[in-house]
Design a protein around this ligand. Sequence first.
Ligand SMILES: Nc1ncnc2c1ncn2[C@@H]1O[C@H](COP(=O)(O)OP(=O)(O)O)[C@@H](O)[C@H]1O
Ligand SMILES: [Mg+2]
Length: 335
Amino acid sequence: MATSSDWAVEATGLVKIFGDNRAVDGVDLRVRTGSVYGVLGPNGAGKTTVIRMLATLLRPDAGHATVFGHDVQHEAQIVRQLIGVTGQYASVDETLSATENLVLFSRLNGLGRAESRAKANELLEEFGLTAAAKRPLKNFSGGMRRRLDLAASLISQPPLIFLDEPTTGLDPRTRSQMWDTIRRLVSTGSTVLLTTQYLDEADQLADRIAVIDTGRVVAEGTADELKSSVGKSSLQLRLVNPADRDDAVRAIRSVLGVDVTLSPEAARITAPMQDPDRITDLLVALREQNISLTELAVQKPTLDEVFLTLTGHGVETDAATQPDASETPKGRVNA
Ligand SMILES: Nc1ncnc2c1ncn2[C@@H]1O[C@H](COP(=O)(O)OP(=O)(O)O)[C@@H](O)[C@H]1O
Ligand SMILES: [Mg+2]
């Protein structure tokens, strides 16, 4: 490995302004070597702009960043040798086939002819692209391109890999395949900085997460730390009689000392709960008022709820880029 630095990325006060839009507005990031770091935020939050500055593709208007200790502006040549960028840029030749592209990448990375062909075949097999290997890239679907793009990054396997929304728009099967590949990249020595709009993806993959909203980091920590920032657990109640709602809310406020979230469903109430032991007290209070429940559950909060708490708004998902909902059940982060 080219460096022994503890920090793959150290950025302070990064700013990028487009016209009068402060797309990135003072971002600090520290990515430990050997980890997966997730930058989580909705469309337009500034994720790609941050990556482009760290990858020497865009000059920051203010702030400072290093990659393995090398300044991205003053040592851009060195930084470029330490990084790979995949994601929202097609780095491949449209007229060449998938095999030809991978052989070309291998050759550019110094592999011999036979070795390049073997490497290309191995990667095409791994990414389920063998059947399409001879087709020119211009006939590839978005998901196939994404897989080929990641396959190409495995050839050189640079010490730091930027993955810009690696699974946006992918079907569930390809998506979990990508997750496995990302884990493999890290277990074989790379550091990964990935951006995502998917809370479950950050939760599954990232050692640490920065939540970014309108160009600013609004929270940073492990998934568990972020989740505990909204309370250790949340209490979900469903009433037999929706008319009891106001009384139930009053009881929760007085016994647990917290504010509740009312769902559009009249009979359902959710409350943050710091101390699960207090449930007994609450149940006694509800019983005393003859309020009956059909359902009671205690759940750890989801990253969705964390995001809502931190930013005051939910993650606006774009139907076109959302993977199959069955792959992202809300409860999965609790498993
Ligand atoms: N080259 C550009 N010129 C002008 N505005 C841009 C450019 N790139 C990004 N933006 C704007 O900067 C903001 C952040 O964009 P981006 O970094 O692409 O967000 P994300 O990757 O989180 O979706 C958006 O408002 C976007 O419209
Ligand atoms: Mg982007």
